[in-house]
Ligand binder design. Structure first.
Ligand code: NAG
Ligand code: NAG
Length: 351
């Protein structure tokens, strides 16, 4: 770790202390490794964590690097899923890391909470399977014959461990507050929906055994979906998210759809409390970068189209020359030779 990077990380951690509201543990993503989280006192220095997370950190030092990787995975996936939208999930160097968008109870916040709790469950489970952790390994309870005639064998992903860890570590923030405020209920619901996106999409992977590759015997194991799949599922849930409000059933507070005509959400759906800003204008105070300077698609009528992306401000067009490989020929043996071709493409950028 370079000294500059280290100081920057440290600064972020210190700044994180002053932001009470965001899911601050996501700042772990800004560290280049948690090789530095190898001693208990390092946990104390990770000020983005609340006290009970610090305690968990101390008791689970070896897992903390997976938590950091989970946070990074979540941010990368969020940026991929939102690359063509006005809010593109870019993180800020100031705090909170996603701006106010995520400290308010918006749809975007719902996505960020869901993908982050999924990220932790995913990364911890992956580390279990790869034998990196002493506390967990493959799920060996998946055993025996299956009705489909194959044999369960090999390393099934220990998703139960990853999910349980994510529940303890990520949800602890909301649970400490007593879990009765609207926001706590919203966050807990979306955290769980994120983990469900993995649990409900577990797959069966198999290997064939038999003479010369025949599939006489098949052994199979349970595997997590690729994280891209989890991102796709949650992005769909984002598009169909339910606006909710608090209601009381007996003495228990619950979230119910604001519009009573809507069917109630399930535990896989995302829910939100506050409507989102339009994200059009640069508003650093609220951590909104605005869409000026964003590339847009001139022919699309969707949110990536210039009309919507640029919020009616218009756009300008540049011609850019791109070099591509073309007229490729196969030469015996064994190379492919191509010519460089120059092509002019138009790039549209929001004013
Ligand atoms: C998001 O958009 C801003 C401009 O609004 C741009 O500066 C930034 O690089 C984009 N971030 C990502 C992750 O694409
Ligand atoms: C722009 O949008 C159109 C219509 O949705 C689509 O067919 C095209 O592939 C898009 N172009 C780019 C560069 O994404």
């Amino acid at each position: 770790m370079s000294p500059e990077y280290f100081l920057r990380s440290l600064l972020l951690i210190i700044l994180a202390t002053f932001s009470a509201n965001a899911s601050n543990w996501l700042y772990l993503a800004k560290l280049s490794s948690v090789g530095s989280i190898s001693e208990e006192e390092t946990c104390e220095k990770l000020k983005g964590l609340i006290q009970r997370q610090v305690q968990m950190c101390k008791r689970n030092l070896e897992v903390m690097d997976s938590v950091r990787r989970g946070a990074q995975l979540a941010i990368e996936e969020c940026q991929y899923q939102f690359r063509n939208r006005r809010w593109n999930c870019s993180t800020l160097d100031t705090l909170p890391v996603f701006g106010k968008v995520v400290t308010q109870g918006t749809r975007e916040a719902a996505f960020v909470y869901a993908i982050s709790s999924a990220g932790v469950a995913f990364a911890v489970t992956r580390a279990c399977s790869s034998g990196e952790l002493d506390k967990c390994g493959c799920d060996r309870t998946v055993q025996g014959g299956s009705p489909q005639g194959f044999q369960w064998s090999g390393c099934s992903d220990n998703i139960a461990y990853g999910v349980a860890f994510s529940q303890s570590f990520v949800d602890i923030r909301e649970r400490s507050k007593g879990a009765s405020s609207n926001r706590a209920l919203m966050n807990l619901h979306n955290n769980e929906a994120g983990r469900k996106a993995i649990l409900n999409n577990m797959r069966v992977e198999c290997k064939c055994h038999g003479v010369s590759g025949s599939c006489e015997f098949k052994t199979c194991w349970k595997a997590m979906p690729p994280f891209r799949k989890v991102g796709n599922v949650l992005k769909e849930k984002f598009d169909g998210a339910t606006e909710v409000e608090q209601s009381e059933v007996g003495s228990t507070k619950v979230l119910v759809p604001k519009n009573s005509q809507f069917k109630p959400h399930t535990d896989e759906d995302l829910v939100y409390l506050d409507s989102s800003p339009d994200f059009c204008d640069h508003d650093l105070k609220n951590g909104v970068l605005g869409t000026s300077g964003r590339q847009c698609n001139k022919t699309s009528k969707a949110i990536d189209g210039c009309e919507l992306m640029c919020c009616g401000r218009g756009f300008h067009t540049d011609e850019v020359e791109v070099v591509e490989r073309c007229s490729c020929k196969f030469h015996w043996c064994c190379s492919v030779k191509c010519k460089p071709c120059h092509r002019v493409v138009e790039i549209h950028t929001c004013r």
